[in-house]
Ligand binder design. Structure first.
Ligand code: NAD
Length: 515
């Protein structure tokens, strides 16, 4: 297989013992195999178990990964704990330098990351390239934060006392990531935690373990000391639960579904592990009457169908003012139907397959249910090939339908006409989620009014709902989670504040003789 940088794919040596026949050996040779990455080394599971990793484009086996359990979680926690004092006590400038080196290394290894992102997660080449560029950008942004672990002082009520507030790393952070942007979402959680002096154990999605272990290898080769960043691969119910309920960790950063977030919060509660939860969304996009419906459709088609809607912030509920709602919806359906689907290595391809068959079945169920309950199908409504589903635009699904209330996480959006801005805001807020929203208008005053009244972690005026920035506080209201990641907000999330006060006795502040 040709790689992005033009070379042959380099296979990883199997760490799981010899194959039993020549045919099996040939088969294994063309597959990718990975172990956990703990204390700077790749290693198999303690019980040597593995699991299959599939390529969603072909649904064929891409490789295998170590299937971790509580024993591997234990090894990783011990490694991270051992590494913590050394990493935390490095001068900030040294952590900054190492993180800058890791950013360069991610870019230098772009070809391998891009191949893995395409083959393992069904990314298009454009999305894969973006993940690499943005991943490096996040590491550089985090490197800068290493020098900004600011503390504080405040005037103590007792004049002979001095009060200091210092910021300290927490210890070991467990970062659990989803499948849909396996490089960027993992980097976003780990980079700032590392910058603040923590050690990290990542548990990537069982759909996308290979890219996470590749990241660990690259960061380690770039100078991250052993044990500072570890990866345990496997299933959530096996190694994931063992990690989040481990008394030896200090904080958890989780990006994934709300259902899993609830389970993690329950498992973490007895230990009071600090939690940052970035969960699901059902994001509204308001289309106001002053905007050209065709131009609005141009923006909305990206917000709804980027990566086949497998984006937490995708524009899944579109509320359009009545005078332009139908022309907008028809333009959107036309643009959606024209999206090129196919070869993921062709830069023109809009999106690829859903991650697995269960995801495809969910999309089919949501669309069928909406149509059965009276929604009009304006485009799509069926699979294209394999796990790829055609971009689907629904008109006016009833408000109780799953497609309107629940996360579909696929290439489906729905347009509902509204009488005015008040109704648009009311319907936007009629959701248990509150992750992100977009407002398409040229009227800044109406846009800002809506932005203040919509209950969600982000509102983007003049844009669709899927936006990111390394320094922005990313997170949600309601069932979309709590805590924020990005820039200084991540640093706040992954540090402890300590109040130190000093009794100065007679050495208190000298005020006499001033003025
Ligand atoms: P998921 O919740 O099924 O899995 C996410 C991760 O949690 C995986 O690594 C999984 O193995 C692990 N996990 C599962 N059960 C666990 C348990 N009991 N203990 C510990 N770990 C466990 O999510 P997914 O299907 O991989 O990703 C899609 C979801 O992620 C969507 O809901 C999407 O909205 C959400 N998401 C949110 C954001 C955000 O920034 N808010 C970003 C991307 C994706």
């Amino acid at each position: 297989m040709r790689t992005e940088d033009g070379g042959r794919r380099t296979e990883q040596a199997s760490v799981f013992g010899p194959p039993s026949s020549v045919k099996q050996a040939m088969q294994l040779f063309s597959l990718l195999h990975t172990g956990h990455f703990i204390a700077g080394q790749e290693r198999p599971s303690a019980n040597e178990a593995i699991f299959e990793v599939l390529n969603p484009s072909s649904e064929a086996q891409l490789g295998t990964a170590a299937r971790g359990d509580a024993a591997d979680a234990e090894t990783a926690v011990q490694a991270a704990r051992r590494a913590f004092p050394g990493w935390a006590s490095l001068p900030p400038a040294a952590r900054e330098r190492i993180l800058l080196q890791t950013a360069d290394a991610v870019e230098a290894n772009a070809g391998r990351f891009i191949d893995l992102l395409i083959d393992e997660s069904g990314s298009t080449i454009s999305k894969a390239r973006h993940e690499v560029t943005y991943g490096a950008n996040l590491l550089r942004a985090a490197a800068g934060e290493a020098r900004r672990l600011y503390g504080d002082t405040f005037p103590n009520d007792k004049p002979h006392r001095l009060s200091l507030v210092v910021r300290e790393p927490m210890g070991v952070v467990v970062a659990i990531s989803p499948f849909n942007a396996p490089l960027v979402l993992l980097v976003k959680m780990i980079a700032f935690a590392l910058a603040a002096g923590n050690c990290v154990i990542a548990k990537p999605s069982e759909e996308t373990p290979l890219v996470a272990v590749e990241l660990a290898r690259v960061l380690h080769q770039a100078g991250l000391p052993p044990g500072v960043f570890n990866v345990v691969t496997g299933y959530g119910a096996e190694c994931g639960t063992a990690l989040v309920a481990h008394p030896g960790i200090n904080a958890i950063a989780f990006t994934g579904s709300t259902a899993t977030g609830v389970r993690i919060a329950q498992a973490a509660a007895p230990h009071m592990h600090r939690l940052q939860l970035e969960l699901g969304g059902k994001n509204p996009l308001l289309v106001l009457a002053d905007i050209d419906p065709v131009a609005a459709a141009e923006t909305a088609v990206v917000g709804a169908f980027f990566h086949g809607g497998q984006i937490c912030m995708s524009s899944a509920r579109i509320l359009a003012e009545r005078s332009i709602a139908r022309p907008f919806a028809e333009a959107l359906a036309q643009k959606a139907a024209a999206l090129p689907l196919g070869d993921l290595r062709d830069p023109a391809t809009a999106y690829g397959p859903l991650i697995n068959r269960a995801a495809l079945l969910k999309v089919e169920r949501h669309v069928a249910d909406a149509v059965a309950q009276g929604a009009e199908l304006l485009s799509g409504g069926q699979p294209q090939h394999g796990l790829t589903y055609r971009p689907t635009v629904l008109w006016q699904p009833p408000r109780q339908t799953a497609v309107w209330c629940e996360e579909t996480f696929g290439p489906v959006t729905a347009v509902v006409p509204v009488a005015d801005l008040d109704e648009a805001i009311a319907l936007a807020n009629e959701s248990d989620y509150g992750l992100s929203a977009g407002i398409l208008t040229n009227d800044l005053q109406r846009g800002l009014t809506a932005a203040r009244r919509i209950r969600s972690g982000a509102v983007h005026v003049g844009m669709h709902s899927f936006q990111s920035d390394a320094l922005a506080p990313i997170g949600g209201y309601g069932l979309s989670g709590y805590g924020r990641s990005g820039g200084k907000y991540s640093v706040e999330q992954f540090t402890e504040l300590k109040w130190i006060s000093v009794e100065l006795g007679d050495g208190g502040p000298e005020t006499e003789g001033r003025g």
